[in-house]
Design a protein around this ligand. Sequence first.
Ligand SMILES: [Fe+2]
Length: 314
Amino acid sequence: MTSRFSQDQIATWRRDGVVVIPDFFTPDEVTAVTADFQQVFDRSGADAALVKRKDGEAGRFNPAQFIGVQSVPVDCSPVLNLMGVHPALIDFAKQALNTDEVYLYQCQAWGKFTGEADYDQPFHCDYVNHTLTAPSDDETQNSVTFICICSDVTEAHGPTHYVTRPDAATIVGPEGTLTGDPALQTALREHERSAAAPAGSLFVYGIDIYHRGTNLTAPGGHRYVMTVCFKAAKNDAINFVAWPFMHTKPWHIIFDHATPDQLACFGVQRPGDPFWTETTLRRAQLRYPNWDLTPWRVAMASPSKARAELEVQS
Ligand SMILES: [Fe+2]
């Protein structure tokens, strides 16, 4: 597979904290995931936008904005469920975070529909609900967030607006600041850019980047995205979900179709890991009867071959 991103785009993310990559996903991938979104959300937007703020006011958070969030696993095909662990996203995350092992700590489908909420948000940084402290000076100790744009997003379809790290630094300095100050909101607006982009594009940013959701105004409009966050494995300072807490969801859709590399992003031990014994393999098979454990069994049978393969992967 040829790379879906360039080293320049990694460098842009490292410098600006943000990069938009057109045509990251193929038209076939977009078509397949669109069918899942339509099945899961099964609705369309209203004729008119819902606007709750007054002219000139900064946007506000409200619970209706998040009605359309569904974490994986979602009861639909494997396409949507595995989009967040697309090999090209894993590859970008490993290079951006300069590590051989990444962990997926958020992966959710998000459908927004004209009229379902006033989606206009204030500028904020995601570190507030992804850490308990502050973003690191070292971007590899932070995380990389992907917004996989699965439907055409124009200015009327609620694109994310953002301010690059260098632009934000001219306003708030390197320490940044909290976002409740109306004057800061106004100052950030003067530098805001839009991530409006066609279906198949990828918007990449970081937890220290000022950004905000915007309202959907297109009649009958919808916006389908996957929001996907990776951190370096074993970076315990960053988190959002604990996957086992969602144990009643249909995990078999992921286990039955994911590769060992994709499952490792959820914390599942790779083939050859000492966790795997005849007993643990049998227990896991009971839990997921259709999970193909062949790579794990092969590794048990010939550990030296499995070790060599792991070294090639890493
Ligand atoms: Fe956000």
